[in-house]
Each structure stands twice: as structure tokens, then as C-alpha cells.
Ligand binder design. Structure first.
Ligand SMILES: Cc1ncc(COP(=O)(O)O)c(C=O)c1O
Length: 374
């Protein structure tokens, strides 16, 4: 099998699964219990928490363990909106966010918040200037993703963090498709909130974090016993936290080498696709090398996808979260303004484990599948 749908999810790394089961066997006690075995579990939880922030160069930050980035995004955005409504009711985002941000914004809009959705340019990203122009004294939050999950477009997060340093608005970044793949440091890029999801970097599903400053207060979305610094009630899942920290360590420790190799593989795909009649690349040159989006004129993307499935090659049409709902990729439409391209979009997504031989086999099969369908 050749798996090129890594932006949807990645398989768990065996050593991460091993950490999970080993920790579960030995540290199953409730980390909030006051007895010895509870304290040992708590120590491990805190160790995982500080390992996560250390890996991201995040002195002064804290990681809250969640069930995934959907929860992290909800907690950050609703948590700020509900806590700081008396300061202002304006939020800024883009028109190309993941549904776990876009639909939360819609939810807030229905409850009286004013939402500005900045249109992305042809490169799939927004500019610092666009954000500067719409910031007001009433703005309480800016939420902009690091890397787009369909196009691979990269937003200027570091420059935006600089801009927002001098503004009272808080800055949330959905970094699900970025952290663990492209270099990132919280010291260089001091955002207020960062959402991560382990299953995008060979960790477990149902495992995420929201990273925020140690003294940051927001409205908890889960009311209960006040665990996770009053931000996420419920008995903490120590094995999952340990597995998260392990997956993040594995993803980040060799990152520059992996990034260079994925960039090389991406260029091989680029070159070959450019030579196939009717194929147009949608991903920007400046995007993440892990995601390559293209459109094939005149052939329905599902037909290509199914043709490849027969050869045990797995790619995707629009993102897994919306692929059952609509046939147009809203992201590619927002970038290109071209309905035909948006209707024919295909996403090829790589991982640090993708090999050149897999890429060559995929390209051969992709080309022959298109020729057969034509
Ligand atoms: C950019 C982005 N944000 C958020 C999510 C949601 O992550 P999770 O599956 O952990 O809820 C995804 C997953 O596809 C994503 O790609």
C-alpha cells in the first residue's frame, strides 16, 4: 500500500503505542488522588506537560491536554470570546480555516459577535497588512491557521505575532498541519494560543493540546472538577499525555532533515505533474512541502481516487472533515476563484516516512489512471 493521505491522519508510531500501554499499565492511578500512586501518575502528567512546551521552546507557556485540535480550537476561541466579551466583540479570522475554527466563528456570530473573515490571496494565505487594516480597539481575538490542510499554504504567523504583540487582541493559531513538520519556536513566534493534534504526527487519535501562557485566563468549556488548571475538567489521561509528548519529540527531533527530504519528494511530484496534460497545481510554491493540491481537468476526483484505490494507493479529494458534504473545495475556490478547479481538486499529502520509490510508483499509477479514464 502507498499512503499519501497524511494530512488526514498518520498511523501511530509503534513506540508511541508502546509508551501508551506501558504508562497505562504502571500509572493507571488517578493523577488527582492524594495517595502515593496518584502522585506518581501526576508527576508523569506534569513531566509530559513540560516536555511538550520545552520541545516548542515555550518557557512561560503551559500545555493543556485535550481530546484533539477540534477541542483545542473550541476551547481557545470560545474561551476567549466568553471571557473577554466585556472588552470587545470583534474577532478576526480567514475564509480558509478548518471547520473546527470556521464553524465556531459562525456559532459566535449567531450569538452577536462580529466576525471578520479575511479572504486569502492566490497563494492561499493572508497578509499582515490585511490583519492590520481590520484590527480595532474592539478586537479580542485573531485566529489564523499556520498551514492550510488542503492547500499547504503557510500564513505569516511570526510576523502576525509581532504585529499583535502591540495590540490587546489575543492571537490563536491552529498549528495542526505545521508543528512537527515545519520549524517552529514559541520564543521566536510568541502566539497566545497554539492548537495541536497528535494523530497528524504519528501520535494517537483523540489526543491534542492547547498551549497557552501560564497566566492566561479563559472560560473553560467543560464544567466539573477543575482539572487542567480549571480549563478542562475531567480526570486527566496520563498515558495519552505521555504518548503525546513522545510523538511530538519524535516529530521534532529530526525535523530539519525530514523537512529537506519531503521538500525533495515534493519537487519530484511537482515536476512530473507539470508535464501531465490537464493537470494544474493549486498549492503555492511557498507552501508546506507536506501537502500538494492539484486539479485534473475533465475527470471527477472521486473517479481518480477510486482508480488508485484499486492499486492500493491512497490520496484524497477535499479534506476528510468535509469530503462527504460538498463537492467543491471551498479552500481551492477561495484561492483560485475557479469553480472548475475547486471541483476537481485532489490532495496528495506526504509524511516524514514517505519514500522516493513510493512517490515514483504513485506518479506512474496516477498518470496511467488519468490516461485510462480519458
Ligand atoms: C488544520 C486542522 N485543524 C484542526 C483539525 C482537527 O483535528 P482533530 O482531528 O484532532 O480534532 C484538523 C484535522 O484534520 C486540521 O487539519
Amino acid at each position: 500500500m502507498i499512503y499519501l493521505d497524511n494530512a488526514a491522519t498518520t498511523p501511530p508510531e509503534p513506540s508511541v503505542l508502546e509508551t501508551y500501554t506501558k504508562v497505562y499499565e504502571s500509572f493507571w492511578a488517578n493523577p488527582h488522588s492524594l495517595h502515593k500512586i496518584g502522585e506518581r501518575a501526576e508527576q508523569l502528567l506534569e513531566q509530559a506537560r513540560s516536555q511538550v512546551t520545552t520541545l516548542l521552546d515555550g518557557a512561560g507557556y503551559r500545555a493543556i491536554f485535550t481530546s484533539g485540535a477540534t477541542e483545542s480550537n473550541n476551547l481557545a476561541i470560545r474561551g476567549v470570546a466568553e471571557m473577554y466579551r466585556s472588552r470587545g466583540n470583534h474577532l478576526i479570522t480567514t475564509n480558509s480555516e478548518h471547520p473546527s475554527v470556521a464553524n465556531v466563528m459562525e456559532y459566535l456570530e449567531q450569538r452577536g459577535f462580529r466576525i471578520t473573515r479575511l479572504p486569502v490571496g492566490a497563494d492561499g494565505a493572508v497578509t499582515v497588512e490585511q490583519v492590520r487594516e481590520v484590527l480595532t480597539d474592539d478586537t479580542i481575538l485573531v485566529s489564523i491557521m499556520m498551514v492550510n490542510n488542503e492547500s499547504g499554504a503557510i500564513n505569516p504567523i511570526r510576523e502576525l505575532a509581532q504585529l499583535l504583540k502591540n495590540h490587546r487582541a489575543l492571537f490563536h493559531v491552529d498549528a495542526v498541519q505545521g508543528v512537527g513538520k515545519i520549524p517552529f519556536s514559541l520564543q521566536e513566534c510568541p502566539v497566545d494560543f497554539l492548537s495541536l493534534s497528535a494523530h497528524k504526527f504519528f501520535g494517537l487519535k483523540g489526543s491534542g493540546t492547547l498551549i497557552l501562557r501560564e497566566r492566561q485566563i479563559i472560560q473553560s468549556q467543560m464544567i466539573g472538577g477543575g482539572q487542567e488548571f480549571d480549563l478542562r475538567s475531567g480526570t486527566a489521561d496520563v498515558p495519552r499525555a505521555a504518548a503525546f509528548a513522545k510523538a511530538l519529540r519524535l516529530a521534532t527531533e529530526n525535523l530539519p532533515v525530514q523537512h529537506a527530504e519531503v521538500t525533495r519528494l515534493n519537487q519530484i511530484i511537482h515536476q512530473r505533474l507539470n508535464g501531465i496534460d490537464g493537470v494544474i497545481i493549486n498549492s503555492p510554491e511557498t507552501g508546506s512541502p507536506y501537502i500538494l493540491n492539484c486539479s485534473v481537468a475533465g475527470i471527477r476526483p472521486e473517479t481518480i481516487l477510486h482508480g488508485l484505490v484499486k492499486k492500493e494507493i491512497y490520496i484524497s479529494t477535499v479534506s476528510a472533515c468535509s469530503s462527504k458534504k460538498t463537492e467543491l473545495s471551498p479552500i481551492i475556490l477561495a484561492m483560485t476563484g475557479d469553480e472548475d478547479r475547486a471541483a476537481h481538486a485532489i490532495r496528495i499529502s506526504l509524511s516524514s516516512k514517505t519514500t522516493e520509490s513510493e512517490i515514483i510508483q504513485f506518479l506512474d499509477q496516477f498518470e496511467s489512471t488519468i490516461a485510462e479514464l480519458r
